[in-house]
Design a protein around this ligand. Structure first.
Ligand SMILES: [Fe+2]
Ligand SMILES: [Fe+2]
Length: 450
């Protein structure tokens, strides 16, 4: 595969990511625009046009698939596909302004209904002549590969590619390398955007993934929960992304704590407790080196996320301090996910027990009313939970009722004769949830339906 095509595609992906984070007037955008335009021009020197197609989850060029990009391009590809773009043709006379307009068009206007119907016509009307959009089956060299196209966005692969990105970024911070901020922010942005449209799909992943003890699952879950919570609280998109990014780093200081202490399920000794509690200060110190790329919010949240209104609060301060609202949000989501992920020699905590535990302790939090708000949004039984109902029925929680956190909307799975959707709140006490079924144990048979 020609190197220059690969570079052009890489620069184009960066440009598509940048436009979602900055306006077209931002100097950072211009820098990326120059680079992408130069790379594309380099390719167009020897040919009349360059056709880039999207097949499944990959970019293709002249029947070759760019597998190397699978990780970085996944979110860009979902983004283009969601806007009906399966093929982009760049013609020889391409101008830089056209490239800027095209990228701006994808980021802004392409969401409008009339534009969705015919994106090519809308692009042409906006003055772009040397970039053509299309579907794979309309014409062109990539037609033969179109069979795998039109796959809908896989939320699980979105979650997993974000997890890869999070892992890379955290490794970067720990290895004291320069942090590649843009892909991280884009991964977070992509989750936030998809969540706005399909929040149930994303929240479902948390319910499932909490049984997966992968290193960074907790950080990504807390990040997603914090973004969902702050969106529902009415924060702006920019603030939601900042809170989500800060949440990703909240426990970064734990890397300095011995794994023996972190994994210990018995009661910690006084010394072990002291050691464990140092992670908020250690994390803040580490993040101090990255304020230029990450800003100060991750540092503040790492420092404050265990601050409470009682003696168990840490780090101990010699002055009174009310934590930042982002720290309060993250601290609630943190406790929620930590309890849900808890694996002990005893048993997992089912969601209703988690609700009771947090609710009992809510006065310790800086804003107890935020804890109530959290559960009014999340419900007691989170989306994707497998539960039993009275009468021996088994159901999956599909949607919350904000005015009744105990009775969500469910889909009955068993017995087969009773299959169907039901709003438990509407049944006026006749139907209720009796117990939680662990989807990886007794509820295994229902896993594919979740
Ligand atoms: Fe922590
Ligand atoms: Fe945590």
């Amino acid at each position: 595969m020609p190197n220059n095509i690969e570079n052009a595609l890489r620069d184009l992906i960066s440009l598509l990511q940048v436009i979602k984070l900055y306006t077209a007037m931002h100097p950072r955008f211009n820098k990326f625009l120059d680079k992408a335009y130069e790379s594309l021009r380099g390719v167009l020197i020897n040919r009349q046009e360059v056709i880039i197609g999207i097949v499944g989850d990959e970019f293709v060029f002249e029947k070759e698939i760019f597998f190397e990009f699978s990780k970085t391009a996944k979110s860009t590809i979902s983004y283009l596909k969601a806007r009906g773009v399966e093929k982009i043709i760049f013609s020889g006379a391409l101008q830089k302004e056209e490239l800027a307009k095209f990228v701006g068009f994808l980021a802004g206007d392409s969401d409008k209904e009339e534009v969705k119907k015919n994106p090519q016509e809308a692009l042409y009307l906006s003055g772009v002549r040397n970039i053509t959009l299309g579907k794979l089956n309309s014409a062109g060299a990539v037609d033969s590969l179109s069979v795998a196209a039109n796959k809908s966005i896989s939320y699980l692969s979105l979650y997993e590619s974000s997890l890869d990105q999070v892992t890379d970024s955290l490794d970067g911070v720990l290895g004291e390398q320069d942090l590649n901020y843009l892909p991280l922010r884009f991964a977070i942005n992509n989750i936030a955007e998809n969540m706005a449209v399909k929040y149930n799909e994303i929240l479902k992943l948390i319910t499932l993934k909490r049984y997966d003890t992968g290193t960074f699952i907790h950080l990504l879950n807390v990040s997603i929960l914090s973004m969902y919570f702050s969106t529902k609280l009415g924060f702006s998109k920019e603030d939601v992304l900042d809170i989500g990014t800060a949440a990703l780093f909240h426990d970064i200081g734990k890397i300095y704590i011995s794994r023996k202490i972190i994994k210990k399920t018995d009661k910690l000794t006084e010394d072990e407790f002291k050691n464990m509690r140092s992670h908020s200060l250690l994390g803040a110190r580490l993040l101090l080196k990255h304020t230029e790329t990450l800003g100060v919010l991750p540092l503040i949240v790492a420092f404050e996320h265990h601050m409470r209104q009682d003696a168990k609060s840490y780090p101990k301060l010699s002055f009174s301090c009310i934590p930042h609202i982002a720290s309060i949000i993250v601290s609630i989501c943190d406790v929620y996910d930590a309890l849900a992920q808890r694996r002990s020699y005893k048993a997992d905590y089912p969601p209703n027990v988690i609700y009771d535990l947090i609710n009992k302790e809510k006065e310790r939090f800086f804003q107890p009313q935020m804890v109530s708000k959290f559960f009014s949004i999340m419900g007691v039984w989170p989306v994707g939970s497998v539960v039993t109902l009275n009468g021996g029925r088994v159901a999956i929680v599909r949607e919350q009722n904000e005015n009744d956190i105990f009775l969500p909307k469910v889909e009955i799975m068993y017995p087969p004769s009773r299959k169907g959707h039901m709003d438990l709140h509407q049944s006026q006490g006749e139907d209720r949830i009796e117990s939680f079924v662990n989807p990886l144990r007794q509820g295994k048979g229902y896993l594919s339906m979740v």
